[in-house]
Design a protein around this ligand. Structure first.
Ligand code: HEC
Ligand code: HEC
Length: 182
């Protein structure tokens, strides 16, 4: 056998032993690092009962007209609803209080943000809806989330990178819908 071959075999054996050693030490370690059932969930307590669940409440939220708008989560995200919506639910086919205040014809009188151009437009057919709310946007809370006073279980460290300063408080989805496509 040539010397270089012998060196190759020895090096191979050494690497194999090292890999085995690491594998064995992991296996040994894992015996000491079992996850208990009270560490499995994000609430860090037993999952066998609901005692640690803090009920969220939206009773304490200010009424519409008395709240402060919330910085947008990211460019053209649906803004969160800053006011209580308890009096405006359920949203039914014949009764949608949200649009009564947020329609462009009414919004200024209530001091509310008007629905954006994208809500008065049928994206599927590419046609305007003559100032009427597009039916696909009828159920506002499908996209706009109401607030509660619940303490977040996990802190959210996401930071939006707005391209323009205005994007943190207003939207323009319809204007830029085809950006990067056309
Ligand atoms: C009585 C009028 C009124 C009604 C009804 C109403 N809102 Fe509002 N809404 C407002 C006003 C006024 C504001 C601005 C913040 C404030 O002054 O409380 C606002 C703010 C908002 C915002 C934040 C807009 C932004 O620029 O960040 C959203 C989203 C919203 N409302 C959604 C809804 C939804 C969804 C409903 C129905 C469940 C609803 N609103 C019902 C008056 C109303
Ligand atoms: C399918 C999801 C969806 C539904 C349903 C929906 N919205 Fe929106 N909304 C959005 C998104 C996304 C934006 C931000 C981008 C845009 O459209 O310009 C937005 C923006 C808004 C804004 C901010 C406008 C601005 O100029 O900054 C208001 C106010 C609003 N919506 C109210 C409503 C109300 C009231 C309803 C129900 C009648 C509703 N939305 C239904 C997705 C939705």
């Amino acid at each position: 056998m040539k010397i270089s071959n012998a060196v190759r075999i020895l090096t191979g054996a050494a690497i194999l032993s090292l890999v085995l050693l690491i594998a064995v030490s992991f296996a040994v370690d894992c015996k000491n690092c079992q996850i208990g059932d009270d560490e499995l969930g994000i609430r860090k307590g037993t999952l066998m009962n609901e005692e640690l669940v803090v009920p969220a409440s939206s009773d304490a939220l200010p009424e519409a007209g008395e709240s402060e708008t919330i910085t947008r989560a990211f460019e053209n995200s649906p803004p969160n609803i800053p006011h209580s919506i308890a009096d405006f639910l359920p949203i039914t086919l014949d009764d949608n209080s949200c649009i009564d205040c947020h329609h462009p014809d009414a919004a200024a009188d209530f001091g509310a943000t008007s629905v954006p151009a994208s809500h008065l437009y049928d994206i599927r057919s590419g046609e305007q809806t003559d100032g009427e709310l597009n039916g696909a946007n009828y159920n506002c809370v499908m996209c706009h989330t109401p607030m509660t006073d619940a303490v977040p279980v996990i802190e959210n460290s996401f930071e939006a990178d707005f391209r323009n300063a205005d994007d943190s408080s207003s939207s323009n989805l319809l204007d830029i819908l085809n950006e990067g496509v056309e």
